[in-house]
Write a protein that binds this ligand. Structure first.
Ligand SMILES: [Zn+2]
Length: 532
């Protein structure tokens, strides 16, 4: 049996080689030695930038564990006509990396609320709570007061910088809310989701806090229903009553927000966003593009809704008008949702879109004055295994059969809705099924929604003080590095010098050469399934 497997493997490899799927230059030791020499050269020339960061951008891939990053790298490489794993993502090209320990104060495996408190406020909190220390208890309104902790966005604002949040989820969702809200229950999006007791005790919903806790210059994402009085028809889906506003207090928070600032503009579609971003009279910009979360990018109506990359560009353009710089939080928020559904195609295509936004921001800013961090709040029980052959689809089958003589996919989940038995046993799967964008990968344990995972996540860093991102750190370190690099609270004394103004020296250093396998790439184009 084993001999047969080896024979099959060899046959498979030979087939691969004969089809040119393995770049032929990789058979030559000189190829690897040359590549390593180039990487060494780049590494030796790395110089820490020790002047103050004028701008700080934090990219947060919700649920983007390391296995997600690796699988998305292969997907993006293949979408680009390359074999995949050798082709660096935009985030891969950042010069410094650390590991972040993501646990909440009360749980090993965290959620997006407690972790947002950690990486944005610099203090770990409890599961389900946002912007409060662990002395606050989940869902107990009366434990909020006195336990609030403020975020790096707040500190940057106090220092005179412009600030913004961009997300593909609703803007009141746990991760962006970590930048501006203090709440013991992450689901209190509007007053309609709050129990009467909490309202009586004076707790405020997240949407209201977004408008009143601080002055946020740019807010882009989904989440219209939480801003308008109950029954207000949605501008995009006026016939669909389920998309109406939900606020019980009858307040129109968009109107209230606009009244606060001259030059404030509200938009709800892509065209208006692009116009507003280019209008220098716009000082404050709120764009809410869906009633709830924005759609997955693969389902997006490109004429109506902006991509994460477009929102990021719009935000950078508006925020850059402040000569004192800006803080921007950008979330790829639906990577997490794809994983919860056990649909890896959704999670990975969202990760690729997230990486495109990182590439765009890297083009629009300078490494000399902008600290950019890329990290995740937590991982997922998403695995990438089974010895798949190089050049095959990342969504394809593992090489060989399982012990039940059925095929299995390279991508699998530890738990979730993908657990399904067929006549008491695991379903077989073929290549055509597994590469379908709707395919739900198999899971070992049945759950309505797949869970997060507890292992560390990566932090990629580029720009002033990026070299502080090293080693294995508590997740709270992320907020402190951003504050220290930008010389904002609580690091305003003993501040490092500002960078002398002048033309910026944007020496963008790629860590890896990407001049691989043009021929193999062309062949692959014919073989890799088309991705939309
Ligand atoms: Zn999640």
């Amino acid at each position: 049996m084993q001999g047969a497997c080896v024979l099959l493997l060899l046959l498979g490899l030979q087939l691969q080689l004969s089809l040119g799927l393995v770049p032929v230059e990789e058979e030559d030791p000189a190829f690897w030695n040359r590549q390593a020499a180039q990487a060494l050269d780049v590494a030796k020339k790395l110089q820490p930038i020790q002047t103050a960061a004028k701008n700080v951008i934090l990219f947060l891939g919700d649920g983007m564990g390391v296995s997600t990053v690796t699988a998305a790298r292969i997907l993006k490489g293949q979408m680009d006509g390359k074999p995949g794993p050798e082709t660096p993502l935009a985030m891969d090209q950042f010069p410094y990396v650390a590991l972040s320990k993501t646990y909440n104060v009360d749980r090993y495996v965290p959620d997006s609320a407690g972790t947002a408190t950690a990486y944005l406020c610099g203090v770990k909190g409890n599961y389900g709570t946002i912007g409060v220390s662990a002395a606050a208890r989940y869902n107990q309104c009366n434990t909020t007061r006195g336990n609030e902790v403020t975020s790096v966005m707040n500190w940057a604002k106090k220092a005179g910088k412009s600030v913004g949040v961009v997300t593909t989820t609703r803007v009141q969702h746990a991760s962006p809310a970590g930048a501006y809200a203090h709440v013991v229950n992450r689901d209190w999006y509007s007053d309609a989701q709050m129990p009467d007791q909490a309202k009586k005790e004076g707790c405020q919903d997240i949407a209201t806090q977004m408008v009143y806790n601080m002055d946020i210059d740019v807010i882009l994402g989904g989440g219209r229903i939480y801003m308008f009085p109950e029954g207000t028809p949605d501008p995009e889906y006026p016939e669909n009553g389920r998309q109406n506003g939900v606020r019980k207090d009858r307040r129109n928070l968009v109107q209230e927000w606009q009244a606060k600032h001259q030059g404030a503009q509200y938009v709800w579609n892509r065209t208006a966003l692009l116009q507003a971003a280019n209008d220098s009279s716009v000082t404050h910009l709120m764009g809410l593009f869906e009633p709830g979360d924005m759609t997955y990018d693969i389902h997006r109506d490109h004429t109506k809704d902006p991509s994460l990359e477009e929102m990021t560009e719009a935000a950078v353009r508006v925020l850059s008008r402040n000569p004192r710089g800006f803080f921007l939080f950008v979330e790829g928020g639906r990577i997490d949702h794809g994983h919860h559904e056990n649909i890896a195609y959704r999670a990975l295509t969202e990760t690729v879109m997230f990486d495109n936004a990182i590439a765009k921001a890297s083009q629009l800013t300078s490494e000399a004055d902008t600290l950019t961090l890329v990290t995740a709040d937590h991982s997922h029980v998403f695995t990438f295994g089974g010895y798949p052959l190089r050049g095959t689809s990342i969504f394809g089958l593992a090489d060989g059969k399982a012990s039940d003589r059925k095929s299995y996919t390279t991508l699998l989940y530890g738990n979730g809705p993908g657990y399904r038995l067929n006549m008491g046993s695991r379903a077989d799967v073929n290549e055509k099924q597994s590469v379908d964008p709707e395919y739900q990968q198999q899971a070992a344990v049945p759950l309505g929604s797949e869970t997060h995972a507890g292992e560390d996540v990566a932090v990629f860093a580029r720009g002033p003080w990026a070299h502080l991102m090293h080693g294995v750190q508590e997740q709270t370190f992320v907020a402190h590095v951003m504050a220290f690099a930008a010389c904002v609270e609580p690091y305003t004394t003993d501040c490092h010098p500002q960078r002398p103004s002048g033309p910026s020296d944007t020496a963008h250093q790629a860590a890896c050469p990407s001049s691989l396998a043009l021929l193999a790439g062309a062949l692959l184009l014919l073989l890799v399934p088309t991705l939309h």
